[in-house]
Design a protein around this ligand. Structure first.
Ligand code: EZ4
Ligand code: CO
Length: 402
């Protein structure tokens, strides 16, 4: 089998998605997600101008060799643009392999290690009372694991809380908006939030919380310690992880489990975190970390150190990535949990898919390949629109992590 053609589809059914389609001489095609929120066109150009021409004529079964060719070949390596482009290619090739062999991708990764994939959803409210209502709503939908975020008195905006009605979508069309941040009110508010959640819903729910890289290690240590009575499943991205040893401080002070990695794009971003057992869950994602080929290696490496996976699954990862994640989660042994922020109906219509949610778990379906498609005629009705993630400033004006 040979690759004969490849092209990038750019569509914006409410938010932007970059999808790579790779075609072969046997009529089988594969899809890969290359969406990098707020920097979408950079990945599209990287693929169209620099990657696709090098793929023509190659054997799509050679996922390892093609991955190495795209990673080592250009000399310049890593970074989210490069790795999202490689991730899109790798995903599309595994999709082709599955279709050619008439089997779902999870069967190529070791087969089913579990029946269903435990997922966590995102509940939020402008204050604690509203957040409790949203937790009740998601519990009624069947979720067994719920991440809870609430607005903070005195701050106009924070991560995870929609400004208007409807679901939470961090990217906004137009130029970046500015959010406001102060750590102390946040640190006082989160333990109160989880005390109320446990009081209202008891011990049965798995509870998670996203700090979204806003704390220093010692602040995160304080938060982790104060949350211990509420038995969280994890705190997510407590501190930025460029300095991996920052996690040692958090680790040494709290038994609250730690998860990080949604902005990672390489095993090397997590090397010290894993081998020192400073984290419990690695959250890298198939798109941004370069596809199945390196993610399988990352999971296998993490398994040696008692670290499980908890792949990022926000709405900026397209249904193609969601499908890929569910095949991966089904197959690997050290799966922990999968994030699930459902797409809009418009997005789901552009990407018809086999995967589904039932009673707190998701299932990849048993269609050959990834089990997801792209309706190109419908996609064409939603042209690209510039959109950015917000930026964040402390109340004195200092730019900080969003
Ligand atoms: O802010 O995916 O766990 N999910 C998250 C997301 C991220 C977005 C960034 O593009 O933290 O909402
Ligand atoms: Co997050």
């Amino acid at each position: 089998m040979k690759i004969t053609n490849g092209y990038v589809n750019i569509t914006s059914p409410g938010r932007n998605f970059i999808t790579l389609k790779i075609e072969t001489d046997e009529g089988i095609y594969g899809l890969g997600d290359g969406t990098l929120n707020g920097r979408e066109l950079a990945v599209a150009s990287y693929l169209t101008d620099h990657v696709i021409p090098c793929l023509i004529g190659r054997d799509p079964f050679q996922t390892e060799d093609i991955w190495q060719y795209l990673y080592r070949g250009p000399y310049w390596r890593r970074g989210p643009v490069t790795m999202s482009a490689i991730g899109a290619v790798d995903m599309a090739l595994w999709d082709i392999k599955g279709k050619a062999l008439n089997t779902p991708v999870y069967n190529l990764l070791g087969g089913k290690s579990r029946d269903g994939v435990l997922v966590y959803c995102h509940a939020f409210g402008k204050d604690i009372d509203a957040a409790l209502e949203d937790v009740a709503h998601h519990k009624n939908l069947g979720y067994r694991a719920i991440r809870v975020q609430s607005g903070i008195a005195g701050l106009k905006s924070t991560y995870g809380v929609a400004k208007g009605p409807g679901r939470y979508e961090p990217a906004e069309r137009g130029l970046p908006s500015e959010y406001e941040w102060e750590t102390e009110p946040y640190l006082r508010s989160v333990p109160k939030l989880f005390a109320r959640v446990r009081e209202a819903f008891g011990e049965d729910l798995y509870l998670l919380h996203d700090c979204h890289h806003r704390l220093t290690p010692i602040e995160a240590a304080r938060l982790g310690k104060e949350l211990e009575p509420f038995h969280l499943f994890w705190i997510e991205d407590p501190t930025p992880a460029e300095l991996q040893e920052g996690f040692r401080t958090i680790r040494e002070h709290t038994t609250t489990p730690l998860a990080v990695g949604e902005v990672f794009n390489s095993l090397w971003d997590a090397h010290d975190l894993i081998r020192n057992q400073w984290i419990d869950y690695i959250r890298a994602t198939l798109t941004h970390a370069g596809g199945f080929t390196p993610m399988k290696k990352l999971a296998d490496f993490a398994e040696l150190y008692h670290v499980k996976t908890g792949c990022h699954g926000a709405t900026d990862l397209s249904p193609v990535c969601m499908a890929a994640a569910l095949h991966f989660d089904t197959a690997i042994h050290n799966f922990g949990i999968q994030e699930h922020m459902p797409h809009t109906d418009e997005t789901d219509a552009v990407f018809p898919h086999q995967y589904y949610f039932k009673d707190g778990y998701m299932y990849p379906g048993d269609a050959p390949g990834l089990g997801v498609d792209l309706d190109e005629a419908l996609a064409a009705k939603y042209p690209y629109q510039r959109a950015y993630l917000p930026v964040n400033r402390k109340i004195d004006g200092t730019l900080t992590d969003w």
